[in-house]
Design a protein around this ligand. Structure first.
Ligand SMILES: [Zn+2]
Length: 275
């Protein structure tokens, strides 16, 4: 494997996942051997937050993100917002994974929107970057973002699955767009169509590990949990970089440098705070 001219940042994953957490040293070590030096690890529900915090305290290369994901809004405790603020105060961190989702059933859209807006307000007040999940809810997301004041530290649309037409308006609001392993799947036509349209200075890459494993040919190894489910890991960011560079007609090194410049612009303060 060629050495890269700069570090890689996995801008969205979940190292608090039980399977990954049980082998954290190994998983992070293998990723670092491939050039991945930073990991934006997203808590998605309240019980994740102390785990994300403890892992980040033990590993300065983990950038912790705390958020309540739309799939888990119905399980929130009465103190959830207070708990969120406590974790954001405890360590330099970002807000995520938060968002809107019209895919998973059952869902409470009013609660999703209330929880999402409350977290946007926290991010705005604390001037923190936001990691956004949006599935089948693009019109709704645009409505909410347009009705809210700007987010001073910007936001990331993780695993961008929106249409081409929204790239420009979202970029004008300060969006970064991240792509993961599914982009390397030839059947993911929409992702392959939007990828080359993303302004190059707003593009980022992620694994979303343990979810969204790239096609097996683009994985560093065949990792499976006890139930036989394929498990994604941050080391796969390197083959994702290779595959995305090929789709964009770029050299791997050239894309890595562009991504590093983008990561520093978006997350520089958070990367530096931890070294
Ligand atoms: Zn995620």
């Amino acid at each position: 494997m060629k050495a890269l001219p700069c570090p890689l940042v996995d801008v969205h994953l979940h190292l608090q996942d039980d399977f990954l957490a049980a082998r954290l040293e190994e998983v992070v070590g293998l990723a670092r051997a491939g050039g991945v030096e930073w990991f934006c690890s997203n808590g998605a529900e309240e019980r994740d937050w102390p785990v994300v915090l403890a892992q980040a305290r033990a590993h300065p290369e983990i950038v912790p993100c705390f958020g309540l994901h739309p799939w888990y809004v119905s399980e929130r405790s009465p103190q959830w917002l207070e708990q969120l603020e406590w974790h954001l105060e405890a360590i330099p961190s970002a807000v995520g994974e938060i968002g809107l989702d019209r895919w998973k059933e059952p869902r409470d859209e009013a609660a999703q929107e209330e929880v999402f807006r409350a977290q946007l307000a926290v991010a705005r007040r604390r001037e923190l970057p936001v990691m956004i999940h949006c599935v089948r809810a693009w019109g709704w997301l645009m409505e909410v973002l347009r009705s809210e004041a700007a987010l001073p530290a910007g936001f990331l649309l993780h695993a961008y699955g929106g249409p081409v037409e929204l790239i420009q308006p979202l970029a004008e609001m300060g969006a970064y767009f991240s792509y993961g392993g599914s982009t390397l799947d030839e059947r993911k036509k929409l992702r392959r169509e939007t990828l080359p349209q993303i302004p190059r200075d707003r593009l980022l890459l992620e694994t979303d590990a343990p979810d969204m494993p790239p096609p097996p040919a683009h994985c560093v190894r065949a990792l499976q949990d006890a139930g036989g489910r394929r498990v994604n890991e941050p080391a796969n960011l390197r083959p994702i970089l290779q595959g995305v560079a090929a789709l964009l007609g770029m050299e791997e090194e050239e894309l890595a440098e562009q991504l590093w410049a983008n990561s520093r612009r978006f997350l520089g303060r958070w990367l530096m705070a931890r070294t």
